[in-house]
Design a protein around this ligand. Structure first.
Ligand SMILES: *Cc1c(COP(=O)(O)O)cnc(C)c1O
Length: 406
């Protein structure tokens, strides 16, 4: 290191707040879908951060976009406009349903903006009684106090109460429950088209269609949290295109910056009007560095051949995982869309997803979990076929190891 300090994994526990429990090695370099740790050991990356590095590591065009911007201008604040932010917003407007964009630094902040906008819009158009947000059990929307409150996992709220009120939770994919929950006091229904953290569970087609109808009927806004499902992950630029159901507000982050922190909230002209001057903001949101990188990300990922490649890779990944399952009988289900794939463990391996992730790391492949019973994979959208094959071969050795020790 430049300051002469030799960094070890043990030091993490000495100097960091103990909210994370990172694995035993420290990667120091990445190229495409491979990374190397401090000891020079190489790994196939089937995790992509957590569905973040959609174009892999050190993509030359992204490195060029970042370094070029780094030599020009880092920051102005939102007191002045900057070119990369305007270019990126124009690109997002061109490529999606949206007319207007707000930039944040993360997915949680994009959702925070979405929820605040929904409240503000309803307050302006109907009055303060129309403030209820309906959200799904098991959903994940971020770690700020508002987003853990809207999120459908009690464990993320525990001990942080009192949390903001006016939030109702309904079981995901349950149309009747949604019909009962959305009424004239509802300002918004928020849903992940594919629940990511909750276990890689896609919404049913009829569910999202009915959600759109109910929101229209009760003048509530439909918010899609596409922080994980967006930016090409499903093989469409955003999952809403795949479903043919258009939200009023969409949030995006994770792969948008390919690892450079940036998020965005997209919306229509009509709804955007409620965020008048001074109602919301962010010091770093829309900064030139993040926007320059994200613009290049969108340029590349929106290319039809890149999106088409996601489906081919999906097929390879799923058939590979099913072949492993035929040999070892560990999964009850392999599901997901595009390159967001969840393998649900069967009854014999309940609660053991982390064991599979740990064994995978030992065998030289990065994988993820989504809750205690799902092994999740979210590799680069342009991962070479060779790396998929090698990654799955290593993952098979990891599965064999877990099965042997069970
Ligand atoms: C990761 C994630 C978030 C939170 O994003 P951060 O950048 O960690 O704040 C929100 N919603 C969904 C669906 C996510 O997957």
């Amino acid at each position: 290191m430049s300051d002469g300090l030799t960094v070890t994994r043990e030091m993490f526990d000495d100097v960091m707040v103990p909210n994370y429990a990172p694995g035993p090695v420290i990667p120091v370099r990445g190229q495409g879908s491979r990374v190397w740790d401090q000891q020079g050991r190489e790994y196939v990356d089937l995790a992509g951060g957590i569905a973040v590095t959609g174009l892999g590591h050190a993509h030359p065009e992204l490195v060029a976009a970042l370094t070029e911007q780094a030599g020009n201008l880092w920051h102005l604040s939102n007191v002045l406009a900057n070119e990369p932010a305007i270019r990126l917003a124009a690109k997002l407007v061109e490529l999606t349903f949206a007319d207007k964009v707000f930039f944040s630094n993360s997915g949680g902040e994009a959702n925070e903006a979405a929820f605040k906008l929904a409240r503000r819009y309803s307050w302006e158009h109907a009055g303060s009684h129309k403030h209820n947000i309906v959200a799904c059990s098991n959903s994940f929307h971020g770690r700020t106090l508002f987003t853990v409150s809207v999120g459908g996992q009690q464990k993320y709220r525990e001990g942080f109460e009192p949390v903001p009120g006016g939030i109702k939770h309904v079981p995901f994919n349950d149309i009747e429950a949604l019909e009962a929950a959305i009424d004239d006091s509802t300002c918004a229904f928020v849903v992940e088209p594919i629940q990511g953290e909750g276990g890689v569970t896609p919404a049913k087609q009829e569910y999202l269609e009915r959600a759109r109808e109910l929101c229209d009927q009760h003048q509530a806004l439909l918010i899609f949290d596409e922080v994980q499902s967006g930016v090409g992950r499903t093989g469409e630029l955003y999952a809403y295109v795949k479903y043919g159901v258009t939200p009023d507000i969409l949030t995006t982050a994770k792969a948008l910056g390919n690892g450079f922190p940036i998020g965005a909230m997209l919306t229509t002209d009509k709804v955007a009007k409620s965020l008048t001057v001074g109602t919301h903001g962010s010091t770093y949101g829309g900064n030139p560095l993040g926007c320059a990188v994200a613009l290049k990300v969108m340029d590349i990922i929106s290319q039809p051949q890149v999106l088409a490649g996601v489906q081919e890779r999906h097929d390879l990944m799923v058939s590979g995982l099913q072949a492993i399952n035929e040999k070892y009988d560990v999964f009850a289900d392999v599901r997901g869309m595009g390159l967001l794939i969840g393998s649900q463990l069967n009854d014999k391996f309940q609660g053991k997803a982390k064991d599979f992730m740990t064994a995978a790391l030992e065998e030289g492949v990065l994988a993820l979990v989504a809750g205690p019973n799902v092994v999740r994979m979210a590799p680069s959208l342009i991962i070479p076929v060779e790396d998929i094959k090698e990654g799955l071969a290593r993952f098979e050795r990891a599965v064999a190891k877990v099965v042997a020790s069970a």
